[in-house]
Design a protein around this ligand. Structure first.
Ligand code: ZN
Length: 87
């Protein structure tokens, strides 16, 4: 995915907007690095990313337990991002 913004400008708004792409590492490496840095210094965004990862992990474990060893559908993850960010 091609997203244009300056890594130097990264703020909470970008993290919320691109949380899915960020956690799934679907962005330019430079942007991912800048977002990693932001998240290290911003507890609000860190909690957001942690909640997302935790929810995906919980869903994955649930699928395993019911014997469905398949990947978490992208729609589920996108819905999760909408729930978490209120977008
Ligand atoms: Zn932030």
């Amino acid at each position: 995915m091609l997203i244009h913004f300056d890594p130097a400008d990264i703020g909470c708004g970008h993290i919320r907007q691109f949380l899915y792409e960020y956690v799934e590492r679907e962005l330019d490496a430079r942007l991912l690095m800048a977002m990693d840095n932001h998240i290290l210094s911003c507890s609000e965004c860190r909690e957001l990313a942690d909640s997302y990862r935790l929810s995906v992990e919980t869903a994955r474990r649930h699928l395993e337990q019911v014997g469905e060893a398949r990947k978490i559908p992208a729609e589920f993850k996108q819905e999760l991002v909408r729930t978490l960010t209120g977008n």
